[in-house]
Design a protein around this ligand. Structure first.
Ligand code: GDP
Ligand code: MG
Length: 166
């Protein structure tokens, strides 16, 4: 189609869950075992062709929101989409992810497309099930691995498909 959409997408979640790694995997097809901590916010622009639209995602990979919560609204303000990331092997990162869901439901843009992502699914012996939680909260859910690349493209394309059309 001829629809052209610009959308800000923000990544939220505990430090170390793999937010930067997911973006690096998606944007550059790379993975680093020792991904350096993000300083401030990194910005990437990626244009996706989906069946009925061309979607330009402005991806904000943030740091600091994990520790300095008061920074977070600055990141998600104006966002059309959010990816909330937890680490399937770290229960406390899933608890933190639920807090983000609640915060976005309260403060975020009500039409925001929100994905809950259980990253590091290559460590599957340590999985915590979140699918039911996601369904109950109107999120779409995927497990990903920035390491093996499983479902990484799918997350971003699924968001592009779900964004409201102009
Ligand atoms: P961030 O703080 O959320 O941005 O997390 P990073 O992207 O910096 O990743 C934290 C650590 O987890 C790094 O050592 C990554 O190499 C590792 N990591 C990220 N994604 C995966 C994954 O899918 N599988 C595994 N096994 N490790 C990962
Ligand atoms: Mg990071």
């Amino acid at each position: 189609g001829n629809n052209s959409i610009n959308a800000k997408l923000v990544l939220l979640g505990d430090m170390g869950t793999g937010k930067s790694s997911l973006v690096l995997r998606f944007v550059k097809g790379q993975f680093l075992e020792f991904q350096e901590s993000t300083i401030g916010a990194a910005f990437f622009s990626q244009t996706l062709a989906v069946s009925d639209a061309t979607v330009k995602l402005e991806i904000w990979d943030t740091a600091g929101q994990e520790r300095y919560h008061s920074l977070a609204p600055m990141y998600y303000r104006g966002a059309a989409a959010a990816i909330i990331v937890y680490d399937i092997s770290r229960m406390e990162s899933f608890e933190r992810a639920k807090k983000w869901v609640q915060e976005l439901q309260k403060q975020g843009n009500p039409s925001m497309v929100t994905a809950l992502v259980g990253n590091k699914c290559d460590l599957e012996d340590k999985r915590e099930e979140a699918r039911t939680y996601a369904e109950e909260n109107g999120l779409f859910f995927m497990e990903t691995s920035a390491k093996t690349a499983i479902n990484v493209n799918d997350i971003f394309y699924e968001i592009a498909r779900r964004l409201p059309r102009a």
